[in-house]
Design a protein around this ligand. Sequence first.
Ligand SMILES: *Cc1c(COP(=O)(O)O)cnc(C)c1O
Length: 412
Amino acid sequence: MSHDHTTLPVSRATADQIELAEEYGASNYHPLPVVLATGEGAWVTDVDGHRYLDALAGYSALNFGHGNPELLEAARTQLERITLTSRAFYNDQLGPFCEALAQLTGKDKVLPMNTGAEAVETALKVARRWGYQVKGVPENRATILVMDGNFHGRTTTIVSFSTDEDARSGFGPYTPGFQVVPYGDLAACRDAIDALGTVVAVLVEPIQGEGGVVVPPADFLPGLRALCDERQVLLMADEIQSGLGRTGRTFACDLVGVVPDVYILGKALGGGIVPVSAIAADRDVMDVITPGSHGSTFGGNPLAAAVGHQVVRMLSTGVWQERAARLGAVLDAELATLVGHGVLAYRCRGLWAGVDVDPALMSGRELCERLVPLGVLMKDTHGSTVRIAPPLTVTEDDVRWLVAQLRTAITG
Ligand SMILES: *Cc1c(COP(=O)(O)O)cnc(C)c1O
């Protein structure tokens, strides 16, 4: 991947900030040349006072918008009370948060962590232990099926089973115990489970976000659910990006009527304020975790629990999901008008879309750069695909305006 400096003209203030970040910060990202200073709802403002529609929303971490008043209030209140206790003691925010999230997921128990990658790691550990203690797989032989094109985070174990060479290469030796299968290919999953005989879990994104908002065939997840039931394999849904309202449902799994054994949550669970992640599962699975076997200094801290609890409260009314579904239908209809006009194809579920621009016209990166002066911030995924995922606080006018800018950026 090239890291050439962009040709977009920028102000002195912007250039100074970028220079500092490039000089002293590691180059693990290639940001657009915009330096943000403030945000409100779906809109952000840069150091020069330019306003942009945030059509990325922190990869869905900002589902409820920048500076959401209810979430800020929950955070402020807790900031003044107590922010960190460690799990060596109980705190009065953790229990109520776990209860609320257990109810939202319909699961018995919740294990809170901080980042998404940690929640994925937690699920992997739970699956392995469950495999040995409950399923009876011989020690150190457990295999977890993962999907081609997956994105589950950046730890050494998680990049071990990434199929993205940029994410993986140079970070070996790789953690064993994972088998990659083609995304959406139920027969391949069945064959792998039967051939290996040691599969304890399938780890799957119900919709692949980083992959480009890739939606599997409608019968894939229901088929996987049935297959996992037949073969005594845990179905673990990574809903870190797809979950918590984004697709118009609480979970993307709800779109196809599937209930996984383990929900993996993050991003929006922290309300865009603090990192909050968790897994949720029933007792027979979660009870393999015993004191000392897993933990995190910050996981379940009272500030995180207070904010996470407020996120769950907001989702429990269904208002946000309904809004995402309603505005998502607008987004879908608007995007349909671009097909054949520089757009080859798109996939849209709720307020979440992957748009494939004709690579003969421009790359996804180039499209995102063209959108900056038009007032829209967006992120490319792979090649010529861009992802649209504004905060669920956007208005219908915002959505129509956003697609109009997209049209201008593509067709000039
Ligand atoms: C972002 C993401 C992760 C990793 O979350 P972090 O908080 O960045 O560690 C894992 N899975 C999916 C599907 C994600 O989108």
